[in-house]
Design a protein around this ligand. Structure first.
Ligand SMILES: *[C@@H]1O[C@H](CO)[C@@H](O)[C@H](O)[C@H]1NC(C)=O
Ligand SMILES: *[C@@H]1O[C@H](CO)[C@@H](O)[C@H](O)[C@H]1NC(C)=O
Ligand SMILES: *[C@@H]1O[C@H](CO)[C@@H](O)[C@H](O)[C@H]1NC(C)=O
Ligand SMILES: *[C@@H]1O[C@H](CO)[C@@H](O)[C@H](O)[C@H]1NC(C)=O
Length: 460
């Protein structure tokens, strides 16, 4: 009798372990109020952790915002959105890029204020903003070993995260799925899309209803930095003579220059003297980012003192308010941050991440994904010198896709918002005129219109 009883307990125990493993750890918590925002949030926000990797030693943190479209609500596409860096938090996208909120200065240097973003992509789609790789934002590791990751490891972790998330949220299992991001995620977004596609073909459950991907000013191939020079020349930042001399002395290679090639290195010095005091992310701006990163290293009190330098003239001026907000204990409580999970100050971008960049060439991955029929929207803020539109056009051109809709203007409120071209392989390319490295941040209205048309299968 005792033995039978004991067995039953053991069976029940293992049953619960199995259930827990099968369904992940349902740690999703709704967030109804956020410090800095007046009243209850008029949209559905949920945060949570999902344990991935061996022994679930990597806890990935996410913010999930449900689509607020009144028409088809939960049937809207589901998007997994990543922020670049590597090491920049999903909170960046949530608070000043495509998310439902805008952050701004608080009164009397107090807690920053939040307001609604009229151009939120969450008006059209359900979006998961993920802190990836481990060590980014509120994602953390439970062991020293698990704190290290590489480009491909983090992609596998994202794929595992997504499967567990869908098991926890079965109501989204059949929604059209897209993955997107900007900047560094030009490495990871196509890679994860391929993992999903291959997983689906191999019968991995749950099947993910992937339709395509979105990339803005994405890093795509090694030596992409070579395109900065022709960009700077075309934008009138360097002289014809310097440009010609650079081409002759460096022979088109400006990234890994041989240390004995002094003529080329001297020309590059001159180039840097000419451009280093403007923002690479938006060549019309002064160097705001430099102030932003210096501030986050020194802690958050310094930031307001710097504000007179980094004013609203810079499209990145909102960045400085994010760490002030996210380090506030009432904010962390509202977001259901686990106690002790963050050591020291939270940073918008973790610059000391023990992470090995993915440095592969994403071009063949794009080619592979197009053979599977996935849709893609590739856009370029055309005033970004970090990942200039020239390098994006170069890798697209190398794919030899045939052109369906020839280079033309696309309009918002009757004005040219940029130029676009579509390809036979379901790829849409668009420039965002005047746009920065993160175009939805610098040109929110135009990017919202672009996304709205593309996600509903309309021409731009
Ligand atoms: C950056 O990542 C490392 C590794 O996960 C972590 O130890 C460190 O605390 C992180 N820094 C911040 C500010 O989150
Ligand atoms: C990783 O990639 C980012 C963005 O492309 C770049 O700024 C950074 O220098 C790279 N880090 C390493 C270690 O290669
Ligand atoms: C483009 O996408 C549509 C809709 O997703 C799909 O039916 C079609 O097969 C794709 N085209 C190509 C050439 O893959
Ligand atoms: C595109 O065309 C060029 C020139 O014909 C060729 O060298 C290259 O391999 C092609 N690229 C792809 C991806 O097919």
């Amino acid at each position: 009798m005792m033995r039978y009883y004991y067995c039953r307990i053991v069976v029940v125990f293992f049953f619960f372990i199995w259930i827990k493993d099968l369904f992940g750890r349902a740690e999703a918590s709704p967030v109804e109020f956020l410090p800095g925002f007046d009243g209850p949030l008029p949209f559905h926000l949920e945060t949570g952790y999902i344990g991935v990797d061996e022994g679930e030693n990597v806890e990935l943190f996410y913010y999930f915002v449900r689509s607020s479209s009144s028409s088809n609500g939960n049937d809207d596409p589901l998007i997994l959105w990543l922020v670049g860096g590597p090491g920049c938090s999903g909170l960046s996208a949530l608070l000043y890029e495509i998310g439902p909120l805008f952050i701004d200065k608080g009164e009397d240097e107090g807690l920053p204020k939040l307001s609604l973003n009229p151009y939120a992509w969450t008006k059209l789609t359900n979006i998961i903003f993920l802190d990836l790789p481990v060590g980014t934002g509120f994602s953390y590791a439970k062991t020293l070993n698990a704190a290290h990751s590489t480009g491909s490891q983090s992609c596998h972790q994202a794929y595992q995260f997504l499967r567990k998330w869908l098991i926890d949220h079965p109501e989204f299992a059949s929604n059209p799925f897209y993955i997107g991001g900007s900047s560094y995620t030009g490495m990871t977004v196509p890679f994860i899309a391929r993992l999903i596609s291959d997983g689906n073909e191999a019968g991995v459950e749950p099947r993910i209803n992937i339709k395509g991907y979105v990339l803005g000013n994405g890093a795509t191939f090694p030596d992409e930095g070579n395109y900065k020079i022709p960009f700077a020349h075309g934008m009138g930042l360097i002289s014809d003579e310097l440009y010609e001399s650079l081409m002759q002395t460096c022979e088109g290679n400006y990234v890994n220059v041989d240390s004995s090639n002094h003529p080329c290195l001297d020309n590059l010095d001159t180039f840097h003297q000419l451009v280093d005091d403007l923002s690479g992310e938006q060549i019309l701006d002064p160097t705001c980012e430099r102030i932003d990163s210096r501030s986050s290293r020194n802690g958050h009190r310094v930031l307001y003192n710097e504000e007179r330098i980094c004013t609203k003239k810079c499209y990145t001026y909102r960045h400085q308010y994010v760490p002030i907000w996210a380090n506030n204990p009432s904010v962390q409580e509202a977001l259901h941050i686990r106690e002790g999970s963050i050591v020291g100050l939270w940073e918008r971008c973790n610059r000391s991440l023990p992470y090995t960049n993915g440095t592969w060439d994403s071009t063949p991955i794009h080619a592979y994904l197009s053979t599977k029929g996935y849709r893609s929207l590739i856009y370029s803020g055309d005033h970004d010198m970090v990942m200039p539109f020239l390098s994006t056009q170069a890798w697209i051109r190398s794919l030899n896709y045939s052109i369906m809709d020839e280079w033309r203007q696309w309009l918002v409120r009757g004005q040219i918002a940029g130029y676009t071209r579509t390809y036979a392989n379901n790829m849409t390319f668009a420039t965002v005129k005047g746009g920065a490295h993160v175009a939805p941040e610098s040109n929110p209205e135009e990017c919202f219109a672009m996304f709205e048309r593309w996600i509903s299968y309309k021409p731009l």
